[in-house]
Design a protein around this ligand. Structure first.
Ligand SMILES: NC(=O)c1ccc[n+]([C@@H]2O[C@H](COP(=O)([O-])OP(=O)(O)OC[C@H]3O[C@@H](n4cnc5c(N)ncnc54)[C@H](OP(=O)(O)O)[C@@H]3O)[C@@H](O)[C@H]2O)c1
Length: 144
């Protein structure tokens, strides 16, 4: 437990783009990062659900610097539009955290004719850094 000191780091001034933070493990992680003071751009595909998650995160963390970026990660066009919004809103990004994950359970094609689980779980995280000018303008930053 002595290695848990990083949970109390001050992240004010840091900008984090977060996918998969409207539910499950990702939402818990966003709450922790918000409590540490980071500005968070939260990707979400369902406006009502994402806005509700943001309200909960704001009230539990006391951090109001949490912002909604509409994005369906199954759609390459939606990812590109979201990336444009991010670059409009932020001159730089410090961290991109991909917690998005889903299992379609059957073969369903996206509008781009990709298998949905592959598109969301693998393709979306790998093309996002390339679409964020904030990353590419200074080389792709910390990314995993
Ligand atoms: N839970 C575990 O025990 C566990 C263990 C090991 C690994 N993992 C991995 O960790 C990740 C998260 O797991 P979880 O249990 O926290 O999952 P979860 O509760 O189902 O949350 C998944 C998140 O991904 C988002 N998402 C799914 N499809 C999307 C799309 N097309 N566009 C945008 N967002 C989308 C969901 O958004 P919506 O709000 O729109 O649904 C939600 O925020 C997954 O990759 C999972 O495989 C989980």
């Amino acid at each position: 437990m002595e290695n848990m000191h990083y949970l109390h780091q001050n992240l004010s001034g840091k900008i984090i783009v977060f996918t998969g933070g409207t539910d499950g493990m990702g939402k818990v992680a966003v709450q922790k990062l918000a409590a540490m003071g980071a500005k968070i751009l939260l990707f979400g595909r369902i406006a009502a659900k994402t806005n509700l998650a943001i309200s909960e995160i704001k009230s539990s963390s006391g951090n109001t610097d949490i912002h909604y970026i509409p994005c369906d990660l199954a759609s390459q066009q939606s990812i590109r539009m979201a990336a444009e919004r991010v670059t409009e809103q932020c001159p730089k990004i410090d961290l991109l955290i991909n917690c998005v994950g889903m299992n379609a359970g059957e073969r369903i094609l996206t509008e781009d004719q990709m298998e949905t689980s592959w598109a969301v779980n693998h393709l979306a995280p790998s093309i996002k850094p390339l679409t964020f000018k904030a990353f590419t303008s200074r080389g792709i930053g910390p990314y995993r």
